[in-house]
Each structure stands twice: as structure tokens, then as C-alpha cells.
Design a protein around this ligand. Structure first.
Ligand SMILES: Nc1nc2c(c(=O)[nH]1)N[C@H]1C(S)=C(S)[C@@H](COP(=O)(O)O)O[C@H]1N2
Ligand SMILES: [Mo]
Length: 357
């Protein structure tokens, strides 16, 4: 793993490791933590459901597991994924320089948040569902527990889970044990780990990570107040080249190029173009089978590389016919979120060794 910070633990898999499996093994899955990992006792853990509900609930893990179980294959993607590309435009102090690996895909099993909210008698006037966790984030002023919220419309969609299983195994502490929220298609920040409280309310969460972090600010906005900028919700259409790696040196000839593409919200990836000449000419990549409506799509193509330097570029299209933006420079923002510019890697193809007969 490429470790950006030991404590709290923040790490992403290198491109080559991410490319190996469309369902990311737990030990390869990126980790994004804003505070020290809380070790919760699953026997004593309870989930409070309160706010605009007819009947408040306090569920033990066993009680939560009595709700119908559902499996969803979902990609989590941090809003800071590919920030390194924005840092190349202009500095972003105090933020991790994530590469293409602050995203991973798993099979999650849990109860539907919709079912739990229905059991509590969710009131019609609730517009937002807020989540609270016990881990303390020092970056909040003053230091405060992690939290966030999603709209009631999303919260009552069938894909949103309170999950306790990841890839067939009990959820690990690093990924939110005993129970985390999984909000497929939305930025990773809303998939609150170690969730302890769910509150139905008239407004978004007032947590630091809803009001101050994970908001898109204009480039010149350097002294933001809580609530400034745009709250980040669905993930923007994005892609990355996973093979070959940046700076690779290979023998000229047919070269396999692979990567992922992910369209957040309820959009799908429908096309990926790949160029071997910096975007002058394009080939359409083959898309791997869809893993489900909420997962990334791996893509692959073979480019014929002549001896010399090449700039490989990719660009994805989604089911609304939207294309990724070309340049990171137009996307730069003070916190370095959602860099979804066309990914590029520079490689060198060498003459094949001469064969003397
Ligand atoms: N309680 C809590 N939940 C959290 C976080 C956190 O720091 N604390 N990080 C969020 C962010 S920013 C992301 S991108 C995802 C990362 O999930 P992972 O570490 O399982 O990959 O968890 C989200 N949920
Ligand atoms: Mo994140």
C-alpha cells in the first residue's frame, strides 16, 4: 500500500494492485480515516434511530441482523481521489496527495437503511438523514466526532445499506466494524463507518465533514465559513489508467492498457476511449461485464506502440452522454476534491532486441 499517513491510517493500493481484481480484496481496499480507529465492542454496540420518526429505536447488532439481508456490489470513491493531479496545478496545503487508488469495490451485506427507517416510522417532513460516529477528528475546530448526512430520497433507496459484511467476511475495524453505512454512488465520505446514531431531520448534518469539509469551493475562496460552497453528493464521472504505470519502459509492439471508469449517482459508464498520442486519435476500449449498477467498470484495449515516448490518455462517457473534463487546471479547488480530468500516463517503448539469424 502507498501510506499517506500512519496515524490516523490513510493508504491506497498502487495501480498495479488495484488492477488485479474488479472486486478489491479487503487488504487492498483503500483506507480513509479522519481520526483514530475506534474499537467498539459489538456486544455493547447499539444503533440509535431518532429525530423525525414516530418511534425512536435502539437496536443491538442481533436486532439489526433480524432485518432482511441484502447484498450490493458497490464502489467507494473518496472525493480526494486523484488529488495529485490537482496538486500538479497548484499547491493544496494539509491534504493528502491521493493518486488513482482512493477508490475500491466490495460486495457489502447488511440491512437496508430504508427498512430500518420504515421500522422507526420515518415522518414525511424529514428531508435529511444524518449519521454520527464516535471517532474524533482533530482537523475539525474544535476536534469533533465524524458524521455526515444524505437526503431522505437517497436514504430510502434500496441500495443504501447498514453493512456488517465486506466481501463475505465480517467488516474489519478499519472499514467500520461492527456496522457502517454504505451509500453507493455518493462520495465515500457519506458512507459513515462505526455508525452509532441515525437522525431524521429538516436540514443536512451540522457536522464539520458536511458543513466545512467535502464542499466544493471556488478557486479564490481562501477563508471559507461553514456552509460555504457546494455540498458534495453523487460521485462525478471518473476514470484511471491502471496499466501500464506512469514512467513504464516496455518493448515496442502490442501493449495492453487497462483501467477503471466509474459514473456515480445512478449513471452508468457506457464508453471509454483510449489514445496513444496525447489525445489526437482515439480507440474505443472494451468494457468488462458490469458488476452491478453501483460498481466501477474495468476496461481494456491493446495499443500498438512504436519505439519512442507515448502519452496514453483515457476518457470515459456516461449514460447521460457526459464526457470527463479534459484538464485538471479547470477543476482546481482549495480542498482538492473531485479531480475527474482525463487520466494520462507517459511511457517509453524501446526497440525490440535485434535477432541475428
Ligand atoms: N466514522 C468515519 N466514517 C468515515 C470516515 C471517517 O474518517 N470516520 N471517512 C470517510 C471517508 S472520507 C471515506 S472516503 C470512506 C473510506 O472508507 P474506507 O476507509 O473503508 O475505504 O469512509 C468514510 N467514512
Ligand atoms: Mo473520502
Amino acid at each position: 500500500m502507498v501510506v499517506h499517513e500512519e496515524d490516523p491510517y490513510n493508504a491506497e493500493p498502487p495501480r498495479s494492485a488495484l488492477a488485479e481484481h474488479a472486486i478489491t480484496p479487503v487488504e487492498t481496499f483503500y483506507s480513509r480515516n479522519h481520526g483514530e480507529l475506534p474499537e467498539l465492542d459489538p456486544q455493547r454496540w447499539r444503533l440509535q434511530v431518532d429525530g423525525l420518526v414516530d418511534e425512536e429505536l435502539s437496536l443491538s447488532l442481533d436486532e439489526l441482523r433480524r432485518f432482511e439481508h441484502h447484498e450490493v456490489t458497490a464502489t467507494l470513491q473518496c472525493a480526494g481521489n486523484r488529488r495529485a493531479g490537482l496538486l500538479a496545478v497548484r499547491d493544496i496545503p494539509g491534504q493528502h496527495p491521493w493518486g488513482d487508488g482512493a477508490t475500491s469495490t466490495a460486495r457489502w451485506v447488511g440491512a437496508r437503511l430504508a427498512d430500518v427507517l420504515a421500522a422507526a416510522g420515518l415522518r414525511h417532513d424529514a428531508s435529511n438523514i444524518a449519521f454520527a460516529a464516535p471517532d474524533i477528528a482533530p482537523e475539525a475546530t474544535p476536534p469533533a466526532p465524524y458524521g455526515g448526512s444524505i437526503t431522505t430520497g437517497k436514504a430510502t433507496s434500496p441500495e443504501v445499506l447498514l453493512a456488517w459484511v465486506m466481501n463475505g467476511e465480517p467488516l474489519t475495524v478499519a472499514h467500520g466494524a461492527p456496522v457502517r453505512v454504505v451509500v453507493p454512488g455518493w462520495i465515500g465520505a457519506r458512507s459513515v463507518k462505526w455508525v452509532e446514531r441515525i437522525t431524521a431531520q429538516h436540514h443536512p448534518s451540522d457536522n464539520f465533514f458536511q458543513q466545512s469539509a467535502y464542499r466544493l469551493l471556488p478557486p479564490d475562496h481562501d477563508d471559507p465559513a461553514p456552509g460555504d460552497g457546494v455540498e458534495l453528493t453523487a460521485v462525478a464521472l471518473n476514470s484511471a489508467i491502471l496499466r501500464p504505470d506512469e514512467g513504464a519502459v516496455m518493448t515496442a509492439g502490442p501493449t495492453e492498457v487497462t483501467g477503471y471508469a466509474f459514473a456515480g449517482g445512478d449513471r452508468d459508464v457506457v464508453r471509454v476511449d483510449v489514445s496513444a498520442d496525447g489525445g489526437r486519435t482515439w480507440h474505443q476500449a472494451e468494457l468488462d461485464d458490469q458488476l452491478g449498477a453501483w460498481a466501477w467498470r474495468f476496461w481494456r484495449t491493446t495499443l500498438e506502440l512504436r519505439p519512442g515516448e507515448h502519452e496514453i490518455v483515457a476518457r470515459a462517457w456516461d449514460s447521460t452522454a457526459a464526457l470527463q473534463p479534459e484538464h485538471a487546471a479547470s477543476l482546481w479547488n482549495p480542498k482538492g476534491y473531485i479531480n475527474n480530468a482525463w487520466p494520462t500516463v507517459s511511457v517509453t517503448a524501446e526497440h525490440p532486441p535485434e535477432v541475428h539469424l
